[in-house]
Write a protein that binds this ligand. Structure first.
Ligand code: GCW
Length: 717
């Protein structure tokens, strides 16, 4: 008997040992010990490493990362060799490769551009090696991260023969981080940038930030909030920025800053910031010179102007193009760019908020300098769980448009609801604008292939904070990861990305990956269903945007009221954006407009975004709109419960710490999906005068109960 208990104890400790507690800090760079069988194959295929010239800082980091990965996955670093030998791992630029006898198809290298890489089995000086080749050291670093990722995924190295290059040039993270350490719409604690201690203290975390991003091919970071402070351009802060730029440079990550348009006034007491004032123009030129003196590879400026109270060229009756071009002119001599945001709407403009940015920017097509990217949010309102693609995509062929996605979940449950956003990103990227015939997708607009733009870009509003798990929850990490993968290649499938992320983050056990992937792939649709189904939008509570607030209609700015968006009353619900309403539909090419014009024959996911309909309108299911709406809310709650149940079944595959953390958040998600459902149905039943059908569970509380709830300390606001 005693032997048996002893054996049991040993077995138990072994399993918990294998799933030791993890805090999520390592992200997709966990480099777990490889299973014996696969480790054998790796040890047979790669026996040594030929580092080459490690005086190059990027090369040195590639070698360092490889040795870190091999040490952790195989228990020891690779012995190094100075020349090619049988089963060595070699990193060669195309220039160095040309100095060797080899059987590599060099045509594949030319296609790779500056940042691409090739990983393949090859003969170098007659020796069989595993080769990482590229046209630059940066490409070799990306190749090294890719090899380590494939090893974590246990991809057979013998068959590994892949080349990849980024389809978008500037792949940027936008941090809405303030200088006091707070993060606007941040749900992962305070900012990771310690502006007070910089430049003197460079926290080792900055390097891990750079590693995590370089592993995804992200090559730019905007450090400060778009609601920027002029002091970010003060010399002291430029020195602080330079310290971060030095850490990020060898990882191929450029630093950008959000620039406050009236900085000449706030920093140097100028009387105005008018782009037609030569002194103001000179100020920006001097500022650019000052920055590049200490940050030679500075990326440029991100600007939010004449939007939500930010200063801008409109203050002087100048256009956005005039404003952007002034900054672009200042940065041009140094290769800097301007990312000018099109997120512009005004409370003084009674026009449908969803139409204003198009009306403002379309007439400026082709008026921006070559080093200006116009940064456009994925939808015309504001990062809702679902929006039709922004009508500016495809409407400005003579201006390079940059996509802005939100990774932080301002409107999708912060860090307490699981919502895998890659399906949302993919839905927008795959949207067809038809501007140059079928297949003129948003992805082709932003990768520049549709209108042959050389300068291309994509931005993601980061979900990063100082929490050990970086993103506030483990599953929020998947959105940072997915954004990075889609920024590199916007045609990647969100399911494939999810599968890779799960295997890198937890285990690649099929019995875990498939059900966990099921949770991820249904999560965003679940959130749509229990928050804003059938094309509804912006029903969130005021300010912090957490939880339901469809009843809000008295805010000073009409277009901040949820009632402005759902327009629910006794007769019906929805925002009429057709000819009989705001006619926002006319901003879309005719093929797209037609696809949304007929409420009886359209994708009902966008029904109430474009139409105001009576409660008894017949849906394609034959049900009334009221009934259909109720069933979507109920379905959302059921989906959240199903996600929770599935997660419970995955306990054996996940370490206690991350399992419990996720399980607790899923419980909140289930409770709050119910809250959303009950509050919205209580409200819509009230305004419509429609009763909750007998076979439907009525909301737990009366409407007043939900209206009274308030969350003054909700994060991110
Ligand atoms: O999404 C809204 C947010 C603001 C944000 C703004 C923007 C940074 O509520 O917090 O401000 O949009 O994108 O500029």
């Amino acid at each position: 008997m005693r032997i048996f208990t002893l054996l049991l104890l040993i077995a138990a400790s072994l399993t918990s040992l294998s799933a030791y507690a993890e805090d999520g800090y390592d992200l997709w760079l966990r480099y777990q010990t490889l299973p014996k069988s696969y480790a054998k194959e790796v040890n047979r295929t790669i026996k040594s490493l030929v580092p080459g010239d490690v005086s190059n800082p990027t090369r040195a980091l590639a070698i360092e990362e490889l040795q870190t990965g091999f040490s952790k996955m195989l228990g020891k670093p690779l012995p190094t060799k100075s020349n090619a030998s049988k089963a060595s791992l070699m990193l060669l630029t195309s220039k160095a490769l040309a100095q060797t006898s080899n059987d590599v198809d060099t045509a594949r290298l030319t296609e790779l551009g500056d940042e691409g890489y090739l990983i393949t089995q090859a003969k170098i000086n007659k020796k069989p090696v595993t080769l990482i080749a590229a046209n630059s050291e940066q490409g070799l670093l990306y190749g090294a991260f890719e090899l380590l990722q494939q090893m974590q995924l246990q991809t057979s190295l013998k068959e590994l023969n892949r080349s990849s290059s980024p389809k978008i040039q500037r792949r940027v993270l936008d941090h809405w981080d303030n200088l006091d350490g707070s993060v606007e719409r941040g749900y992962a604690g305070s900012s990771i940038w310690d502006w007070w201690e910089l430049p003197g203290v460079t926290n080792p975390r900055y390097k891990d930030y750079a590693r995590a991003n370089a592993a995804l091919g992200i090559n730019g970071t905007v450090l400060n909030n778009v609601n920027s402070k002029a002091i970010s351009l003060d010399h002291r802060y430029i020195e602080k920025t330079a310290a971060l730029a030095d850490v990020f440079r060898p990882y191929g990550i450029k630093v950008y800053l959000s620039a406050r348009f009236n900085a000449p006034m706030e920093l140097d007491g100028f009387e105005n910031a008018d782009p037609q004032n030569p002194k103001v123009r000179q100020w920006w030129k001097d500022k650019a010179k000052e920055i590049y003196q200490i940050i030679p590879n500075f990326g440029g400026f991100l600007v939010k102007a004449n939007s939500e109270g930010q200063p801008g060229p409109g203050d002087y009756g100048r256009s956005h193009a005039e404003g952007a071009n002034m900054l672009a002119e200042a940065l041009e001599p140094y290769g800097g760019i301007v990312m000018w945001r099109a997120f512009v709407y005004s409370e003084h403009d009674a026009e449908d908020r969803g139409k204003q940015a198009y009306n403002e920017f379309k007439p400026l097509d082709g008026k921006f300098k070559d080093n200006v990217l116009l940064q456009v949010k994925n939808g015309a309102i504001d990062f809702q769980p679902r929006e039709p693609y922004h009508p500016l995509f495809g409407a400005m062929p003579n201006t390079p448009l940059m996509m802005e996605f939100q990774i932080t979940k301002e409107y999708l449950g912060f860090a307490t609801h699981i919502a895998y956003l890659a399906p949302l990103y993919q839905e927008v990227l795959e949207a067809d604008t038809f501007v140059k015939g079928k297949g003129s997708t948003v992805a082709k607009v932003i990768d520049g292939s549709l209108d042959s733009h050389k300068l291309t870009g994509i931005a993601g509003v980061a979900n990063i904070g100082h929490h050990r798990n970086w993103s506030g929850s483990i599953f929020n990490q998947a959105n940072w990861y997915a954004y990075g993968r889609l920024a590199w290649d916007p045609y990647t499938d969100s399911q494939a990305i999810g599968r890779d992320w799960l295997a890198l983050t937890f285990t690649n056990e099929e019995k875990f990956v498939e059900p966990a992937l099921g949770i991820m792939m249904r999560s965003r649709e679940a959130v749509v269903d229990y928050m804003t189904p059938l094309g509804l939008a912006h029903l969130m509570a005021t300010g912090h945007h957490y939880g339901p607030g469809p009843w809000v209609s008295d805010l000073p700015r009409p277009e901040w009221n949820p009632a402005y968006y759902h327009k629910a009353d006794k007769n019906g619900i929805g925002f009429d954006r057709t000819k009989t309403g705001s006619n926002a539909l006319s901003q879309y090419p005719k093929e797209v407009a037609q696809s949304f014009a007929d409420p009886k024959n359209m994708d009902e996911k966008f029904l109430l975004w474009f139409h105001h309909l009576p409660w008894d309108f017949k849906l394609q299911s034959g049900k009334t709109l009221w009934r259909g709406l109720i069933e979507h809310y109920d379905h959302g709650v059921e989906e959240a419960k199903a996600m929770q149940q599935t997660w419970q079944s995955l306990k054996p595959y996940v370490d206690q710490e991350r399992f419990t953390d996720t399980a607790q958040r899923l419980q909140i998600q289930v409770d709050e999906a119910q809250w959303w459902r009950d509050a919205c149905l209580a409200y819509f039943s009230e305004v419509s005068g429609k009763a909750i059908p007998k076979d439907i569970t009525p909301p737990k509380h009366d409407l007043q109960y939900y209206i009274k709830l308030s969350y003054p300390y909700a994060p991110g606001n």
